[in-house]
Design a protein around this ligand. Sequence first.
Ligand SMILES: NC(=O)c1ccc[n+]([C@@H]2O[C@H](COP(=O)([O-])OP(=O)(O)OC[C@H]3O[C@@H](n4cnc5c(N)ncnc54)[C@H](O)[C@@H]3O)[C@@H](O)[C@H]2O)c1
Length: 365
Amino acid sequence: MSPHATNGTSTYSIACIPADGIGPEVIAAGVEVLKTLSEVSDFKFQFEDYDWSSETYLKRGQYIPDGGLESLKKHDAILFGAVGAPSVPDHISLWGLRLAICQPLQQYANVRPTKILKGTQSPLRNAHTGDLDWVIIRENSEGEYAGQGGRSHRGMPWETSTEVSIFTRHCVERLIRFAFETAQKRPKKHLTVVTKSNAQRNGMVMWDEIAQEVGKHFPDVTVKKMLVDAMTCEMVLKPNTLDTIVATNLHADILSDLAAALAGSIGIAPTSNLDPTRENPSMFEPIHGSAFDIAGKGVANPVGTFWTCAEMVRWLGQEAAADRLISCMETVCGNGVLTRDLGGSANTKEVTDAVCAEIKKQSKS
Ligand SMILES: NC(=O)c1ccc[n+]([C@@H]2O[C@H](COP(=O)([O-])OP(=O)(O)OC[C@H]3O[C@@H](n4cnc5c(N)ncnc54)[C@H](O)[C@@H]3O)[C@@H](O)[C@H]2O)c1
């Protein structure tokens, strides 16, 4: 991370990759909010757009052009929309763009906070704002998404395919340590380690053992071990018993969509793909996909992207501005300016305008 100073003001260089579906709509909304935030702060942003998408893939045969990753490395952070289009198989688009950035840039910690925002409702009868406030830490570099495996005898009755999960002590340990550090910084200081170590008796047992070893260095963090199937029940039935949660690439991917839905909508939750060593820029994106069923209609919920932008601003070292953005976003939700997925009738632009107006208003008070 290397913000450069211009006339005494820090300027952060942000690579924007809006990509597919509602990606361009929510990233445009996010950039507008970030520009407004910078107008009332003592730092600036310099945005550079990358037109990497399924459309450009179909034209030139690759999502990331030659030298593209090197070009990304010159930025302080990456703001990503979503990838996925009906014209390209999902495994090509995901591996061609999103995973092709996360894995080589060693963004090994995927951080997914979720909470019930003010003014919104959880589908859970007894859960209200404050009852569900979690951070899911997802392993983002290996595991079930390591890309190991293959297919042979295609189309034959004896066709064979393998999808091999890879768990290395190095990667599991660094991620679990990161999860403990995250739990330690939160008021509850509570970590739930999720595995499936009854059925998966190798990699998952190693996860449990490493969690126990690393936990010895964090005596102030309470740890609970839970199987992933039991975890789904816990999330639905006792949301306030959970706080920080750590799980594998696949398990946490699924649990975090459930978490977002339990908080009210997949449209509100953020994701940070972090390289905690800060050797490479980290990448920030809303948790949702390209939602092509609503693309181009101007109704996508931009709140997940605003929260994402706040997490990016926090990672860049601007804590107060990040808190301000979250507070403005929550005020707007609390005032009932909500998109359809949250039971409201506002469109993307109306929510964006309301958040920008709130940022300006709060800066004067
Ligand atoms: N990180 C990523 O880029 C990412 C993540 C998930 C899925 N995908 C891709 O996105 C495409 C669609 O996947 P999907 O349908 O499984 O998931 P999705 O998240 O795109 O959509 C699921 C449902 O949630 C709704 N939704 C999502 N975001 C919303 C928002 N901001 N506001 C309002 N409603 C919203 C959609 O309309 C849809 O009904 C696929 O190609 C998939 O591979 C990409």
